[in-house]
Design a protein around this ligand. Structure first.
Ligand code: FES
Length: 313
């Protein structure tokens, strides 16, 4: 027989016992609770430090599901799947904070992806060139008007409907295009960035991944129909829905709420340096996306992201 200190910092026993008659933990989500705790351990690098075991009956059957945590000598009864979060908060998260202090790295617990020129490429000039002959403006004038004006900001903030946006532009540059054709041309600027979509899909297996975009309903509806992977993301923060634009701190706060993490645990990818700088000053980990996925993959590798997630799907 060998006798030594336990190799684990914590050992969590979840009763998964099934009784033929009367209450039992198997009928009170014991297995699902065990799986949830185990997933947290595996996903947060605690394997080898924390052991989650399914146990036999603890003789507290009417109070199931029952969970015991050692060496804390803590018993939890009537644990639900949602209630398991409390066990995670009280016994497992403190271990993460301790590990972070020891290795001097702040772990990434969620990703925020910009849409335009990150997950989806776009070229404003495609639209300007297609439309210029049907206006009294040059492509450069159109570019400035369409993409760098209070009109566009109001549209992206949801203050102006697509119809209203179209009518204001029509008046401003004598636009001779129907509203339907205008919408089709307006949406013709996008193409998928397959490498970034593949990376996001991989990261989604373990991390909340939130879309954070200054955009308008017409563009986003089009992207959602054309690029269904957007539905797979954990959530979206869209300027026209929340009524603020990046880099307003409220915008980033909404993203953190959706992801359920602190700024220091969020990794934010955007192509605009001003937005990156603003998020960095709020405490985010950031990467300015240049269009080349390799520097991003190298940075994620350096920051400790599992390499299996950095390979194409
Ligand atoms: S079945 Fe879980 S304590 Fe008895």
């Amino acid at each position: 027989m060998i006798s030594q200190h336990s190799p684990y910092l914590k050992h969590i026993y979840v009763c998964v016992n099934c009784r033929e008659t009367g209450a039992c933990c198997a009928n009170a989500d014991g297995e699902a609770i065990r799986a949830k705790l185990k997933a947290f351990v595996n996903d947060n690098g605690l394997k080898g430090k924390v052991r989650v075991s399914g146990s036999g009956c603890m003789d507290l059957c009417s109070k199931g599901a029952n969970v015991m945590v050692y060496p804390d000598h803590q018993w939890y009864g009537r644990v639900t799947l949602e209630g398991a979060d409390r066990i995670i908060d009280e016994h497992l998260r403190p271990l993460l904070a301790h590990a972070d202090r020891q290795n001097g790295k702040t772990p990434i617990r969620a990703f925020l992806f910009d849409l335009g020129n990150v997950l989806v490429r776009f070229d404003h000039m495609i639209f300007a060139r297609k439309v210029t002959s049907r206006t009294n403006a040059s492509p450069d004038e159109l570019f400035r008007l369409f993409y760098d004006s209070p009109l566009v900001a109001d549209h992206d903030l949801g203050k102006l409907s697509f119809q209203g946006f179209y009518e204001r532009l029509k008046e401003a540059v004598s636009l001779q295009v129907s509203c339907d054709e205008f919408k089709m041309l307006w949406n013709s600027i996008f193409s998928e960035n397959a490498e970034m979509v593949s990376l996001a899909r991989q990261l989604m297996k373990r991390y909340p991944c939130i879309l954070v975009s200054n955009t308008n309903r017409a563009h986003f509806d089009y992207c959602l129909n054309t690029y269904p992977f957007l539905e797979e993301l954990t959530g979206w923060v869209l300027s026209y829905e929340v009524g603020v634009l990046k880099p307003h701190p409220d915008f980033y706060r909404r993203a953190l709420e959706l992801a359920g993490v602190a700024p220091s645990n969020a990794f934010y990818i955007d192509d605009r340096q001003d937005l990156i700088d603003a998020a960095h000053s709020l405490g985010f980990q950031t990467h300015r996306f240049s269009g080349d996925v390799k520097p991003l993959l190298n940075e994620l590798k350096d920051r400790g992201i599992d390499q299996s997630l950095l390979r194409p799907v």
